[in-house]
Design a protein around this ligand. Sequence first.
Ligand code: ZN
Ligand code: ZN
Ligand code: ZN
Ligand code: ZN
Length: 214
Amino acid sequence: MKSQVNKSTCRICGSKFTRAGIGRHIKSCLDKHFQAMPKVKARQLYYLHIYASHNADYFLHILIKEKARLRDLDNFLRDIWVECCGHMSIFAYSGMYREISMQKKIHEIFKPGVILEYTYDFGEPTELTVKYVSKYAGRIKGNQKIMIVARNAQPIILCDECKRNPAEIICTQCQWEGEGWLCARCAEEHECGEEMYLPVVNSPRAGVCGYTGN
Ligand SMILES: [Zn+2]
Ligand SMILES: [Zn+2]
Ligand SMILES: [Zn+2]
Ligand SMILES: [Zn+2]
């Protein structure tokens, strides 16, 4: 599976960046637009960098309110990246396998150096890494608990058969052998049958279980 990564956009200022450059940019952009050294009473927003543990091309940079709970972050991750059929999910401190209660608030968990691991579905898991970067004072528009600052542009993955067109379909049968990403043309002639197909979507769970992105 060959892939090519498009530039992603910082939603605060609209500039475009590669994966390598975006972290540094967002930090300086947040420093400029939010207050890095908050006054005591200001609302705190936690800046978290979230990425697929096995493929950091899938990433999210978010601001989340200090009083939001891990349950809110779980719901957000389900909506944007992982929900297929209501599997279980947990957060744990990196390297420790003890589950953290979903009732915990963001400010009770995150401080410098804290990294969490998120697992959705224990049968065919999707594993994410949640890294605390820093915190800011400020507001999120529209009274949301979470603001997306940047999300990866969809990686372009070439068809495993013709190696030329971008894949649009994943054959879950062939995926067991590390193949099965197919362009629309090759999918038509492919032998496994449409009931094995899932769409290519912008999520680390593309091609897993029944994930369709809807
Ligand atoms: Zn920016
Ligand atoms: Zn499922
Ligand atoms: Zn093809
Ligand atoms: Zn197949």
